[in-house]
Design a protein around this ligand. Structure first.
Ligand SMILES: NC(=O)c1ccc[n+]([C@@H]2O[C@H](COP(=O)([O-])OP(=O)(O)OC[C@H]3O[C@@H](n4cnc5c(N)ncnc54)[C@H](O)[C@@H]3O)[C@@H](O)[C@H]2O)c1
Length: 278
């Protein structure tokens, strides 16, 4: 999809990758952008930045973990711009820890990192299918293809997000619906601080801290959100399902599939190196 002349919704649009997507779409002549985020004030700032680039833009405060908010967001976008051509379901959070993470935190990260994409598909697919046209971009992570050392909830929910994106592509790909799945490794964003706030469901501004990056993900280099957005523009134009800003991820995924035992042993060694345990 070429975003020029198209109407776009970006969730998690107030910060990081979502913000960079909004501005890249505005620069490339999108007809309208809806910037959605828990952080309503941050969304308004990004909408103003996109408007300054000449793109009609509106901000919506929404908790993507709540289906009523997702439905209202889709309704607002359609009311404002007539249709949604591209929906970027990008909002996500991370929480550290393993199976000891309390059920409430598992439920919240599941709701944000997985269920939100289901709510989005429910809300926007009927109109897209009726037109035989539309595109859904789901931001998962390289953690959804490989794993996330130190965070079982992130690894599990991002794998589920990839599985959902694949299922949607297989099921609706022949009906004019494009699906893309964005799987970066480390990107300099505010994920650490915004996750703490989003896990509480707070709509207060994040007091963004300029970027936290996991040591595992940063092994292959840390990208700026603008570099990720450029990959998305290119991936959408090429109609690609898997968008990999870090190309190494394709190799790792192949190695994992070729020899799972060897891949697991390698990940154990990497974990020991990172935690200083060997
Ligand atoms: N930063 C990385 O290294 C990295 C790597 C791979 C994937 N990702 C994924 O990229 C996506 C964007 O994250 P980012 O890195 O740009 O972080 P970020 O913190 O800069 O931006 C995330 C935005 O999502 C919003 N958000 C969180 N929960 C929400 C909710 N329930 N409803 C609405 N908005 C909500 C936050 O308020 C924040 O503005 C996430 O899905 C994340 O998992 C990030």
């Amino acid at each position: 999809m070429d975003v020029s002349g198209r109407t776009v919704v970006v969730t998690g649009g107030a910060s990081g990758i979502g913000r960079a997507l909004c501005l890249a779409f505005a620069e490339r002549g999108a007809a309208g952008i809806v910037v959605a985020d828990l952080d309503g004030r941050g969304a308004e700032q990004v909408a103003a930045e996109a408007a300054a680039l000449g793109c009609r833009s509106v901000a919506v405060t929404a908790d993507m973990a709540r289906e009523a908010d997702v439905r209202a967001l889709a309704g607002r976008a359609e009311a404002e711009f007539g249709r949604i051509d591209l929906f970027c379901s990008n909002a996500g959070v991370i929480v550290g820890g393993g199976v000891e993470v309390p059920d409430e935190a598992w439920a919240r990260i599941w709701a944000i990192n997985v269920q939100s994409h289901i709510y989005v598909a429910r809300a926007v697919l009927p109109a897209m299918l009726a037109r035989d046209d539309g595109h859904l971009l789901i931001t998962a992570s390289a953690a959804g293809l490989l794993t996330q050392l130190g965070s079982a909830p992130y690894a599990v929910t991002k794998h589920a997000a990839v599985a959902l994106a694949e299922w949607l592509s297989i099921t609706h790909g022949a009906s004019g619906i494009g699906v893309s799945c964005l799987c970066p490794q480390a990107v300099t964003t505010n994920l650490g601080s915004t996750s703490l706030r989003a896990m509480d469901g707070s709509t207060a501004p994040s007091g963004a801290n300029g970027g936290t990056v996991s040591r595992q993900a940063s092994v292959d280099g840390v990208l700026a959100p603008e570099q990720v957005a450029a990959c998305v523009i290119e991936g959408l134009a090429a109609g690609r399902f898997l968008i990999l800003p870090h190309q190494e991820v394709a190799t790792y995924e192949r190695r994992r599939a070729d020899d799972r035992e060897r891949w697991l042993a390698g990940m154990r060694r990497l974990q020991a190196r990172i935690t200083g345990g060997g």
